[in-house]
Design a binder for this molecule. Structure first.
Ligand code: ATP
Ligand code: MG
Length: 426
């Protein structure tokens, strides 16, 4: 049979990589808890209608990226392409909004039928953070601070914050008219994609990555010139907060974001180190979405982070240091030792709660077992043979130094190992 392969754009994350993922995940989770955000776990499958009614008809996701199919009942289902819609759906379904402002996060895979390339996959991991029920701009500022703290804790440098405001739906509508007028007058400069979007979603033209379009985009009217007073005040208040805290940002008037539900603040964290997939984190306000999905009028803000891109950036900055996965490997030579090995290992795990101990499976002579011990990456080989069993000792060989093997009383082994792994860097 022809070997079955993973689906294009869907990655296996192999054991040599998972320690990095776990490290990143636990760092993010710890920081989220420090801001009082709680985890919400949402289904991977939702009614297709949920996304159609939230993301926007003429967006990339709705036009061409969704994994949509009928189940056995003929109901149209979609593998979630993003998490905000599900999060709002769930909050409404379970009346969470009646209990006050919700500070939520979720973590998991999203699915988009895109052209796979570096930093762009068909299944990818996102961390999403949403605050439902607060107008900001304090929330907007705190989300930005939280993301800055992620970078700081992970040791990342060089990410730039880009900021823009899309204003209220009314100011956006006015701007839209002007933008259509402008681009209609310059149709010759537009590529096919943009011409198609001219009347349906002209703001997305500003997001075009086509180099040939950049000059005309530069000259297009800018949304910041069309904001109403409330929107201007909101944006100014956010910038004042960031200035006071000392967070640097660039105003990018062409930052429009790919989803229709955004209002007011939008932001992205970008890097030059990942080629054209340089946005690691993106978010903003979506004050109209809850109502649009049938709930009470509720201001909201959030952001989402692409974890593959984050890990790639950590790699670029040499921050993925080798994480040792085992401390000790138990070598058991001879029938007696082999019989005792499992129990001995259990005793050690009881006595040394933090030890990562691997036992030898399936026998083999001393040399072969020691070789496996070395390959496991363990620092020590713990050796049980007939002599050791007879004398209640264990041989301890430091595999990462030239020191000769020592013999330690079994009763003294926990204290010895504890002392050594106390300063282990996690
Ligand atoms: P892009 O313009 O790169 O397509 P987007 O605006 O579609 O991004 P969002 O929906 O805002 O992306 O998702 C938030 C983050 O999730 C992105 O900034 C990125 O880090 C990550 N992301 C989005 N799509 C993918 C993908 N196909 N593969 C990997 N990561 C992705
Ligand atoms: Mg996209």
């Amino acid at each position: 049979m022809k070997k079955i392969q993973a689906i294009r754009g869907m990655n296996d994350i192999l054991p040599d990589q998972t320690p990095y993922w776990q490290k990143v995940e636990s760092t993010l989770h710890r920081i989220l808890a420090r801001y009082g955000y709680q985890e919400i776990r949402l289904p991977l499958l939702e009614s297709t209608a949920l996304f159609q009614h939230s993301i926007g008809e003429t967006t990339d996701i709705i036009e061409k990226e969704m994994y949509t199919f009928s189940d056995r009942n003929g109901e149209s289902l979609t593998l979630r392409p993003e998490g905000t819609a599900s999060c709002v759906r769930s909050s409404l379904q379970h009346s969470l909004l009646m209990q006050g402002i919700q500070r939520l996060w979720y973590y998991g895979v999203m699915f988009r039928y895109e052209r796979p390339q570096k930093g762009r996959y068909r299944q990818f991991y996102q961390l999403g953070v949403e605050a439902l029920g607060s107008e900001g701009p304090d929330v907007d500022a705190e989300h930005i601070l939280m993301t800055a703290r992620f970078w700081q804790q992970l040791g990342l440098t060089g990410l730039r914050l880009q900021l823009n405001s899309l204003g209220s739906p009314e100011s956006r509508a006015t701007y839209r008219e002007h933008l259509i007028n402008f681009f209609t007058g310059h149709q010759n400069y537009l590529d096919e994609d943009s011409r198609r979007r001219l009347y349906s979603n002209p703001m997305r033209i500003l997001d075009s990555k086509n180099p040939a379009m950049q000059e005309i985009i530069e000259q297009a009217p800018q949304i910041l010139d069309y904001l109403d007073n409330d929107s201007l005040n909101h944006f100014k208040a956010l910038r004042d907060l960031l200035d006071r805290i000392g967070i640097h940002y660039e105003i990018n008037p062409r930052l429009v974001r790919g989803l229709d539900y955004y209002t007011q603040t939008v932001f992205e964290w970008v890097t030059d180190q990942l080629g054209s997939q340089g946005t690691v984190c993106a978010g903003g306000r979506y004050d109209g979405l809850v109502e649009q999905l049938g709930g009470p009028s509720t201001p909201a803000a959030g952001f989402a982070m692409g974890i593959e891109r984050l890990i790639a950036l950590l790699g670029e900055q040499n921050l993925l240091r080798e994480i040792a996965r085992v401390d000790a490997y138990l070598v058991a030579v001879g029938l007696l030792a082999k019989h005792q090995a499992l129990l001995f290992a259990e005793h050690l795990r009881e006595a040394i709660p933090s030890i990562r101990l691997q036992i030898n499976y399936g026998g083999g002579n001393f040399k072969a077992q020691l070789k496996r011990a070395d390959r496991s990456g363990a620092r020590w080989a713990l050796i049980l043979g007939d002599d050791e069993i007879a004398q209640n000792t264990v041989g301890v060989k430091d595999l990462r130094s030239e020191q000769p093997q020592q013999s330690i009383l079994q009763s003294e082994l926990p204290a010895y190992i504890n002392q050594q792994i106390k300063d282990r860097v996690e």
